[in-house]
Design a protein around this ligand. Structure first.
Ligand SMILES: C[S@@+](CC[C@H](N)C(=O)[O-])C[C@H]1O[C@@H](n2cnc3c(N)ncnc32)[C@H](O)[C@@H]1O
Length: 374
């Protein structure tokens, strides 16, 4: 299969590595996506273990696409819709990208829909219904440089929704972004980990689950189960292997999160317990400056408020200054990683960074910054 994975901007090469580790090959990376090839077993496996992808799309056709007519004809002729989409099945169409003459995605999606339903009418004198909430097939068209790539979306829900986070705190990180940032730190569970401002607990939960290779929550149904060539035996075999995995929780070092806001702290507790990790994470409902550690090295993370709202910047200047002082005084020898969405505030840490990696977090251009605390 030829697969395209969508991924947060900045994490493309880490997803590429993850895909290779899971069995994909012929990998290419693009902005916000990674393409690769894989067999059926790998395809099912990546849905259980990819921590960085939002979604997977299976490419079914590529064509030149200049205008409405060429799009209509190409969609009709480039794939065996008659076998894959009988009129009793519902579908929906999504469009990303644009060409010079197809710049309105809603209009382009209608054209794709018409092309397919006209074909169905001509064969069966019946056509599929469109369903946005519960389609049997999601057809995705990506347009770029007068070319179209048609693919089938493999899951309705995005894989970044892991199911352990009904409570989402203040400005939570998406789970796959948290996971990608952790991959960059190369934390392997053997040294202590502290999140100074843990919010809903995303870093802490992702840190353990990705280090121990805990599978994602299985979705009740994947759209690929509706595909004509779905290999149920291979799918069930991969799923049962994933379910039977044993995790080396005993190898984990100390993991601490602090959160000053009591409501958010309570939410983090719920999330951590839903993830089944309450025995491996120490949560403190406190200001980060109350954290103590007897270890001489370890990893500290922080996704602090950025101060995008008016009025709170002065308070945050004090907060960042306090954080810098606290780290230098108490955690010399440790590594510190900060997700910065506001370079002006970061300066108040008064620490010298050793690496800065651009990451887009919910549309905000951020930097994942590494410091060696001295
Ligand atoms: C951007 S949010 C972190 C979100 C988190 N990464 C998540 O995924 O849910 C920043 C958090 O820092 C907390 N916070 C602010 N000042 C703090 C302090 N002095 N000590 C501990 N936590 C603090 C806020 O209550 C907020 O929940």
């Amino acid at each position: 299969m030829n697969i395209i994975a969508s991924v947060p901007e900045g994490l493309e090469k880490y997803l590429a590595k993850e895909i290779v580790d899971l069995g994909g090959f012929n990998i290419d990376t693009y902005k916000r996506s990674v393409s690769f090839e894989c067999d059926y077993a790998t395809f099912y496996r990546i849905h259980f273990f990819s921590r960085l992808a939002f979604r997977f799309y299976r490419e079914v056709a590529r064509f030149a696409c200049y205008d409405r007519l060429s799009l209509y004809k190409s969609v009709k002729n480039s794939f065996d819709w008659v076998k894959w989409l009988p009129p009793e099945k519902t579908f929906s169409v999504q469009v990303t990208g644009r060409t010079s003459s197809l710049s309105h995605s809603h209009f382009t999606a209608l054209e794709v829909k018409n092309s397919i339903t006209d074909l169905q009418q001509s064969v069966w004198n019946k056509r599929s219904n469109i369903s946005l909430d519960n389609p049997d097939l999601i057809i995705h068209l990506h347009l770029n440089n007068d070319r179209g790539i048609l693919s089938l979306q493999s899951s309705f829900e995005s894989l970044h929704k892991r199911g352990y986070r009904p409570a989402i705190g203040n400005a939570p990180l998406k789970e796959n972004i948290a996971s990608g940032l952790l991959k960059i730190t190369e934390w392997d569970g053997t040294i202590p980990l502290i999140d100074l401002m843990c919010g809903s607990g995303t870093f802490l939960i992702e840190a353990i689950n990705q280090t121990l290779k805990v599978p994602l929550k299985f979705q009740q149904f994947y759209l690929f189960e509706n595909w004509l060539d779905f290999k149920k035996e291979i799918y069930l075999d991969e799923k049962s292997k994933a379910k039977k995995k044993v995790f080396a929780f005993e190898k984990l070092s100390k993991i601490i999160g602090s959160e000053i806001n009591k409501d958010v702290f309570d939410q983090a507790k719920v999330n951590i317990s839903l993830a089944g990790l309450e025995n491996y994470i120490e949560l403190q409902n406190n200001d980060f400056s109350k954290i103590q550690s007897k270890y001489s090295d370890g990893l500290i993370l922080c996704n602090p408020p950025y101060g995008k709202k008016l009025g709170d910047e002065n308070e945050l200047i004090t907060l960042y200054g306090k954080m810098g002082d606290f780290l230098k005084k108490n955690f010399s020898g440790w590594e510190f990683w900060l997700l910065s969405g506001n370079p002006k505030l970061t300066r108040y840490l008064k620490m010298k960074s050793s690496l800065k990696i651009p990451i887009s977090n919910g549309g905000i251009d951020c930097r994942w910054i590494k410091y060696l605390i001295r």
